[in-house]
Ligand binder design. Structure first.
Ligand code: LMR
Length: 400
């Protein structure tokens, strides 16, 4: 029956983990997938998460189905975290929000909802480059995927003029996907001033902003600073779509815990949107899993756990920043050809190193160092024990 099914390529990000696992060399390093590792290279379960989970286990919650849109207290708290306590649409009861299967699920619900209900627009503009899964998610949602310029190879920075020109040229009503903070894969974000300009432009051109916020807290160590772009747009009267993930900032990767929301005109409109979100979700997976949402909600609803969690997010962000410093210094000490300042100026989990595809291949084959083919490294995979070996390997690969 399946004789005509062609074999597909490995996933550009998760496929790297498969190759890493198959490598038996003890020096191997995986900087592919964006998953935090502690200073010893080990997966990290946050103490606030452990405490929240212990409370759940001792209270023996029911295993009933959640509603289609998930745990209500969790989605309310997730929206508060993103939009801020003082958000006008939140106070007006005008934010339609649903739990999702982490950030990917949120984007997929959003894509499907917009394809069905957003008037006129069937196209979504993604930055070049963007997270590798964005294109298939939105294509499978039934949207036409287009691109706007984002990364400038020459300056290893933001191509703001190109971005503005492409958004100006986009047709009215087009959807624009924006990485709210810690752009994946480049680690380059617009400045506050540039975000303000983008907000004006997107309003003027009647484009629809869809924020993907997978790293709130991870970019700067502050959850409110990282929400600046989203909150600014909302304060300027934009109606927005938002995908949130708790994979990175709470380390809840495998729990698949996230949220999708839309700001609406008022509570009556919100109720109609809610009813249609349910109709999108029910045939996809019926209703979401409970455990991750209970953990996240335990943290978001308890002031002591919340402040412990904020400290832990900052701790992760700070460790990554310290690795950036160390990598920059070591590459320079080794007289590695090229300018490496971007390693320090980029933010979030990733650094877009500028390493070429042949160099990344050579690093995997000769040095057992794994990263995505576009030269992105997950900074969180570096630590005091492997950073010297990594730097020496990169230096060799660049020298050729
Ligand atoms: C990444 O970009 O590495 C993460 O967002 C994990 C994933 O699912 O791709």
């Amino acid at each position: 029956v399946w004789s005509a099914v062609p074999s597909g390529p490995p996933d550009p990000i998760l496929g790297v983990t498969e190759a890493f696992k198959a490598d038996k060399d003890p020096r191997k390093i995986n900087l592919g997938v964006g998953a935090y590792r502690d200073g010893n290279g080990k997966p990290y379960v946050l103490s606030s998460v452990k405490k929240s989970e212990e409370r759940i286990l001792t209270s023996h919650p029911e295993k009933e189905y959640l509603p289609i849109t998930g745990l209500g207290s969790f989605t309310q708290n997730a929206a508060k975290l993103a939009y801020g306590e003082d958000s006008a649409p939140l106070k007006a009861g005008a934010v339609a929000v649903t739990q999702s299967i982490s950030g990917t699920g949120a984007l997929r619900i959003g894509g499907a909802f917009l394809a069905r209900h957003y008037p006129n627009a069937k196209s979504i503009y993604l930055p070049t480059p963007s997270w590798g899964n964005h294109t298939p998610i939105f294509r499978d949602s039934g949207l036409e995927v287009r691109q706007y310029r984002y990364f400038d190879k020459e300056t290893v920075g933001l191509d703001f003029a190109g971005m503005v020109a492409d958004l100006k040229a986009a047709p009215e009503n087009a959807i624009v996907l924006l990485h709210a903070c810690a752009h994946n894969p480049t680690g380059i974000d617009p400045t506050v001033e540039q975000w303000k300009e983008l907000s004006d432009l997107i309003q003027e051109k009647k484009l629809f902003p869809f924020f993907d916020m997978a790293y709130q807290g991870f970019a700067s160590g502050s959850t409110s600073r990282d929400a600046f772009a989203l909150r600014h747009f909302v304060s300027q009267g934009h109606q927005v779509a938002l995908a949130q993930s708790f994979a990175k900032n709470m380390g809840l990767y495998g729990e698949r815990c996230g949220a999708f929301s839309l700001t609406t005109a008022d509570a009556e409109e919100k109720a109609r949107v809610d009813s249609q979100l349910k109709i999108v979700i029910r045939p996809m997976y019926s209703n979401p899993p409970m455990h991750g949402a209970l953990i996240a909600n335990g943290i978001l609803s308890d002031p002591a756990l919340y402040s412990e969690w904020e400290g832990e997010v900052k701790g992760m962000a700070d460790r990554i920043i310290s690795m950036r410093e160390k990598l920059y210094t070591t590459l320079n000490d080794l007289n590695t050809p090229g300018e490496w300042g971007h390693i320090k100026s980029q933010i979030g989990m990733f650094s877009f190193t500028g390493l070429t595809k042949p160099q990344t291949q050579a690093l995997a084959e000769k040095a057992h160092v794994y990263m995505t083919a576009d030269g992105r490294i997950s900074m969180a995979g570096l630590n005091g024990n492997n950073i010297d070996y990594f730097s020496e390997s990169v230096s060799k690969a660049v020298k050729g």
